[in-house]
Design a protein around this ligand. Structure first.
Ligand code: 5GP
Ligand code: ZN
Length: 115
C-alpha cells in the first residue's frame, strides 16, 4: 500500500517517534496526542480495520493485545494508574487512517462515554 501513511512509517519511509518495533508490529507516538502518553500500535501488514481482519491475522492481533500493549503501558509508566486502548473503526467509529491501529492512551483520567 504505497499511499498508506502507516505502511510508510512501518517501512521507515515516513519519519516517526518509534517506541517499539519487532517483526510484525511497530508502535510510535501520535502526531497529535490526546493524552500525555498517546502511542499508536500498528501491525506492519496493511490491514484496513478490525472489520477487515482475516483468520491469518489472529497471531498479530493476539500479539498486540497480549504482548505489546501491556509491555508498552508498563515501559511508558502508565500501567499502574491505568490506561485506555481504542480502535476506531470505519466512518462512524471515527477512523481517519485506513490502516488498523490501536491507540494506547494514558497519563490522565479518561472520561466515559467517548464522544
Ligand atoms: P484514527 O482517527 O484513525 O483512529 O487515528 C489516526 C491517528 O493517527 C490520529 O490520532 C492522528 O493524530 C494520527 N496520525 C495521522 N497521521 C499521522 C502521522 O503521519 N504520524 C503520526 N505519528 N501520527 C499520525
Ligand atoms: Zn498501510
Amino acid at each position: 500500500m504505497n499511499d498508506c501513511i502507516f505502511c510508510g512509517i512501518a517501512e521507515g519511509k515516513i519519519p516517526s517517534q518509534k517506541v517499539f518495533e519487532d517483526d510484525s508490529v511497530v508502535a510510535f507516538r501520535d502526531l497529535s496526542p490526546k493524552a500525555p502518553v498517546h502511542v499508536l500500535i500498528v501491525p506492519k501488514k496493511h490491514i484496513q480495520s478490525v472489520a477487515h481482519f482475516q483468520t491469518v491475522d489472529k497471531d498479530v492481533a493476539a500479539h498486540i493485545f497480549v504482548d505489546v500493549a501491556p509491555k508498552l503501558a508498563k515501559d511508558l509508566g502508565i500501567a499502574d494508574d491505568g490506561f485506555r486502548l481504542v480502535i476506531n473503526t470505519g466512518k462512524n467509529g471515527g477512523q481517519s487512517v485506513n490502516h488498523l491501529h490501536v491507540h494506547l492512551l494514558g497519563g490522565r483520567k479518561m472520561t466515559w462515554p467517548p464522544g
